[in-house]
Design a binder for this molecule. Sequence first.
Ligand code: B12
Length: 351
Amino acid sequence: MHPDPVPPAAGTAGDEPRLTVAAAARRLGVAPATLRTWDRRYGMGPGEHRPGRHRRYSPDDLARLELMQHALLRGASPADAAGYARAARLPRPGGDAADRPRPLPAVPREEGTPGPDVGGPVLLADDTGDGQAATRVRVGGHVLRLPGAGRAARGLGRAALALDAAAVRGGLREAVERGGVAHAWDEVARPVLVSVARRWADSGAGVEIEHLVSECVIGVFGRHAAEAPAPVSPRPVLLAGMPAEQHTLPLVVLAAALADRRVESTSLGSNLPLDALVAAVRRTAPAAVVLWAQMPATADVEVLRALPRTRPRFRTYVAGPGWTGVALPPRITWLGSLRDAERELVATVLV
Ligand code: B12
């Protein structure tokens, strides 16, 4: 898809389409928040600003941003990249094409349209061998496979590979704003996490990317939950990782989804010791308890049996791939997806 060109404002050179922040961001394959940051911190915003109008990027502004992006991807600091881009002489229209800075390819119009390889972020079509077109995101020499992923996930993948935390956060925030928490997790963040992990499993590389994306997920979804309207649920949902379980991102996201439904949750994070879990259940009088096990080793039914009986009672749920194939004690329900969990918990809590 093309970025939406904005018709030239009256009184400007008629042949120079100007782009909004969103359209310029799409053209460059970065989050709008990244462009705003580059503007605020490094003075890389639109050159011309006319009172009473939104700021728009001219072709020259875009060319400078592309130069900045090139420099960043080659390892320059943001400040140095911005300085380089500002100082560069841009070719005039009609000048010798060979003198022009090589523009980064825009995000391809169609899924699977290969872009030219200029060393910047490129999306490539790829045959997975099962007849399905897969999309790979590449930054520098790093490649991330994102089969069937949409534009937002590909943008997030690029930002993640570039270890650009501001862009990852911006991409996540934008996805939440556009499509809601479940969309941002299931269609944007999760494919990237799964792909990063697959890359790690195949090559042993990229744990730093996994950590960076995890931190950004915790930051963005955590903040979303904190800023939600006051809850109306009479009792909270208690969310905790099983003892010895380090993976709890889905619970952070679940807390954000519940907050949007005005359901209060109490998050106890990862690796909660059993006695602490028991104490928390007694003290918070939850309507429901959700225990996440990512790893089979942490999916221990003895923990479920050790939970205290309280009045009023609470319902116990387990979630995460660790529980697959585990015979659960009676009245314990397994939650298979974020959307299912949200639906089930809202029904349980908001009775
Ligand atoms: C993020 C992550 C981390 C983060 C965790 C941060 C945090 N605070 O949670 C960090 C960096 C700390 C980490 C560390 C490690 N990790 Co890790 N990690 C992951 C990763 C990428 C995502 C985990 C996650 O959130 N999964 C949730 C979503 C993204 O995936 P899913 O579980 O498959 O989703 C399914 C369901 O769970 C469900 N679902 C999804 N979301 C939701 C939400 C709700 C509410 C519900 C109910 C359901 C649901 O839908 C999906 C389809 O069924 C996974 C890869 C993966 N594919 O999961 C590896 C992964 C789990 N890690 C792995 C490993 C080995 C480790 C480490 C041991 C080594 C390492 N990679 O550094 C360490 C140490 C951890 C430890 N001591 O236990 C392996 C586990 C292999 C195994 N089964 O034994 C995985 C699978 C990576 C891999 N390819 O090998 N990790």
